[in-house]
Ligand binder design. Structure first.
Ligand code: HSE
Length: 310
């Protein structure tokens, strides 16, 4: 085993409006850092967690990074390998930015590297998804896949974890606004109605198809027309005070579209121009500020690298 390795795993935006549980993209920042080192005693231990305000469990079986790394070790038949894992949270959790997915991705990439890279990065996906499942109780890969693999990723079959990378146009920018309110993904999933109308199905399907085509063909007009969620966003918007006003400000400033990032509370908007994005950022932050909600914003290009050893 090598002396120790550090992995950086990026934040991600899941759903991308009309692709609930099946579409996500990776951001350039923020991201988590996970360090794997040879341990003193047999088995995996989480020896240090920083940046979590003392909230995350150090028990391997209760921690997303721990579960992801342990399932990888079990699958390789190397469960007694002495490994110490350090988790350095560099992004807020319960923010809608795929924080638990990032920790799970960082853990599997770091541990795999420590063991001499027995698996290719793409083959680490099932272990990272198992880790994330601990956080919200649901099995979906729309944060984990982009955080691990980079870029915009469509999960074609969640059970089989088959996925496709979707081309994104040069110059496509994501603005993310994070209002500092907590939304637990588990709770944000519980409020979703299990049924939709035929009219919703038709609109959401045409939006998802249009969005993918728009991305692949670098057609910003089609991206703009299709970046709309008629199913989940209307049900979750009430969890984010001021959402409608903030979204209207983004569209008014020239966003191609704007919706909730993952389960929220973060809001993302896509742009073809950084000046429009900067104007939107100021307007969106001002709305939260006027409501007494602390918020921060950042602009990011697509991250095509995913999780990497640094
Ligand atoms: N697709 C998931 C959701 C992402 O919206 O619930 C959050 O983990």
């Amino acid at each position: 085993m090598s002396a120790g390795v550090k992995a950086f795993a990026p934040a991600s935006v899941a759903n991308v409006a009309c692709g609930f549980d099946v579409l996500g993209f990776a951001l350039e920042r923020p991201g988590d850092e996970i360090i794997a080192k040879p341990g003193d005693t047999p088995g995996l231990k989480i020896t240090k967690i920083t940046g979590d305000g003392g909230l995350l469990p150090k028990e391997v079986a209760k921690n997303t990074a721990g579960v992801a790394a342990q399932s990888l070790l079990d699958s390789l038949g190397r469960a007694s390998e002495p490994i110490s894992l350090e988790i350095h949270k560099k992004m807020p959790f319960s923010s809608g930015l795929g924080s638990s997915a990032a920790s799970a991705c960082g853990a599997v990439v770091a541990v795999n590297k420590l063991l001499g890279n027995p698996l290719e990065k793409k083959d680490l996906l099932p272990f990272a998804v198992l880790g994330e499942q601990i956080a919200d109780g649901a099995y979906h890969a729309d944060n984990v896949a982009p955080s691990l693999l980079g870029g915009m990723v469509l999960i074609q079959d969640t059970q089989k974890l088959s996925w496709c990378r979707i081309h994104t146009p040069k110059g496509l920018l994501a603005l993310v606004i994070y209002p500092q309110i907590k939304i637990l993904t588990r709770e944000a999933r519980e409020i979703i109605s299990p049924t939709i109308t035929l009219a919703q199905h038709i609109k959401q399907s045409s939006n998802l198809a249009g969005l993918i085509l728009g991305l692949v063909n670098s057609d910003f007009g089609l991206i703009g027309e299709s970046l709309e969620d008629v199913v989940i966003e209307p049900q979750r918007a009430k969890l984010i005070p001021g959402f409608a006003e903030v979204k209207a400000a983004a569209l008014d400033a020239g966003a191609l579209g704007c919706s909730i990032s993952g389960a929220g509370p973060s809001i993302f908007a896509l742009f073809d121009n950084s000046l429009k994005a900067e104007i939107a950022q100021e307007k969106m932050l001002n709305i939260f500020s006027a409501r007494g909600v602390s918020a921060e914003g950042f602009l990011s290009a697509m991250n095509h690298q995913g999780t990497y050893i640094c």
